[in-house]
Design a protein around this ligand. Structure first.
Ligand SMILES: [Zn+2]
Length: 462
């Protein structure tokens, strides 16, 4: 009999067909076996999980650190440490960076930078850049996990960060979908109509910039719903593997529901839309500003209904740290404030809370934040499952303990701007995180080392 490196014993393990009281054996960074209690081979190290639930480590398919640019907002090390603390063992970094990750050269540079500093595994999005086949094919060869495009203009003063990423022109959106369809990697869209944003932005100039309502009125749900309707219609022609990022509104849910089955598309929402409303943004001020905006109770209800109906099948963080000085300088000025909140440590606790309150089952919660993403992006069951041969990436959780969100306990560099959920209590707590069989977080402390995180590419290229 082989000796295991580690045995996680006595817990309930989330297997693809549900929770089972089994012991999980780990060897050489992979799941070596799943055993009835007490029947596993000897292990060098045994961890008692008898009061806990053992989950496949979370895969967050929508994450921003923007490194190597903007270290004052957070670094690969600081934000992947935060991921480890949140039970997240794989992050998918979006292409916004300075310069934008829209060329093969930049993709390589980011890959090397992340490999040197990441505490958990990482994958990289690419933006389609100059929309040429040559650039596209190079980035596929370099293992980009998927593509991202914005249907909006580059934000003022940030053209270099959005170069090759922002395509406000509909003809370019269609060209991008057609070009990327052949790669069979997801094309993720930030969908808000550039023309309608211009219209409502002009109207909002007459409103109080300190009012959270002004932010919503400057980019109301119709902007999102129209852009999504157009993309989904284009995709009937283009046939890309389309994924709609951060759905916020009842209007957009209605569009997605109506277009079901017309092409290969999926949609996500985020905790900030599922657990907060504009009232929370009014309390947090510009620290709660995100794009698209956090909406109203009726929208939140529609999003949960879409999750219940299988219209939305992914929940992601859109983790976006900012420096305290940047948000502070824009206090009282919603139009000028940088959009984004840190969320990587909130994802799993918030979704466990949704389990505790009976909104979703544990299986469904885990599918939403992990397994469905791993499948859609082609890394399942290496990631997203605990099966013999899978990566030994594990989040051990206590469903009965509480996570209290506080700047004093968050690990993200952006803890000082994490006002949206400050003081919020979620039922469910991450007690230990393992990456490839090694503990990277335990009992409130990150112990993972930078440089251990591996570059994750779709399995067809691995
Ligand atoms: Zn984002």
């Amino acid at each position: 009999m082989t000796t295991l490196d580690t045995l996680i014993a006595g817990g309930e393990v989330l297997l693809p067909d549900g929770l089972a009281r089994v012991d999980l054996g780990i060897k050489d960074g992979r799941v070596a076996g799943i055993y009835d209690p007490g029947t596993a081979p000897d292990a060098a190290d045994t961890q008692d999980a008898s009061k806990h639930v053992v989950l496949p480590g979370i895969v967050d398919i929508h994450f921003h650190v923007r490194a190597p640019s903007y270290p004052e907002r957070g670094t690969v090390e600081s934000e992947t440490r935060a991921a480890a603390a949140g039970g997240v063992t794989t992050i998918f970094e979006m292409p916004i960076a300075k310069p934008c990750c829209s060329t093969p050269e930049e993709l390589e540079r980011r890959r090397d930078h992340f490999a040197e500093h990441a505490v958990v595994d990482f994958a990289l999005y690419a933006a389609p850049g100059d929309l040429t086949e040559a650039s596209r094919d190079r980035m596929v060869d370099l293992g980009c996990i998927a593509w991202k495009i914005f249907t909006t203009e580059s934000p003022p003063g940030r053209a270099d960060e959005f170069d090759g990423l922002a395509f406000p022109d509909e003809a370019d959106q269609l060209r991008a979908l057609q070009l990327l369809a052949d790669t069979s990697r997801p094309v993720v869209t930030h969908a808000e109509s550039a023309e309608l944003l211009r219209h409502f932005g002009t109207l909002a100039k007459a409103l109080d910039p300190a009012d959270a309502a002004t932010h919503n009125l400057s980019r109301p749900a119709v902007c999102e719903a129209v852009a999504v309707a157009k993309l989904l219609t284009m995709n009937v022609e283009a046939g890309a593997k389309l994924h709609i990022a951060h759905v916020t509104s009842a209007e957009t849910v209605a569009v997605i529901r109506g277009m079901q089955g017309t092409s290969d598309f999926t949609a996500e929402s985020c905790p900030q839309y599922l657990f907060a409303t504009e009232a929370d943004v009014a309390r947090a001020g510009v620290y709660g500003k995100v794009n698209p905006p956090i909406r109203f109770q009726a929208d939140q209800d529609a999003l949960w209904q879409a999750i219940a109906d299988g219209v939305i099948n992914y929940v992601t963080t859109d983790h976006a740290p900012f420096a305290k000085a940047e948000k502070q300088a824009a206090e009282g000025n919603f139009p000028g404030a940088p959009p984004g909140v840190p969320g990587i440590e909130t994802l799993l606790p918030s979704m466990m809370d949704a389990v505790a309150t009976g909104r979703v089952s544990l299986r469904r919660a885990h599918d939403l934040i992990c397994a469905n993403g791993a499948k859609r992006y082609g890394i399942y069951p290496w990631k997203g499952a605990l099966l013999p041969g899978s990566a030994a990436d594990v989040a051990i959780v206590d469903l009965n303990a509480e996570t209290v969100i506080s700047k004093d306990t968050l690990h993200t560099h952006a803890r000082e701007v994490a006002h949206l959920y400050e003081g919020r209590r979620f039922r469910g707590k991450v007690v230990r995180t393992l990456l490839a069989g090694r503990t990277v977080f335990a009992d409130g402390a990150v112990v993972g080392e930078p440089g251990r995180g591996r570059y994750v590419t779709p399995l067809d290229t691995a």
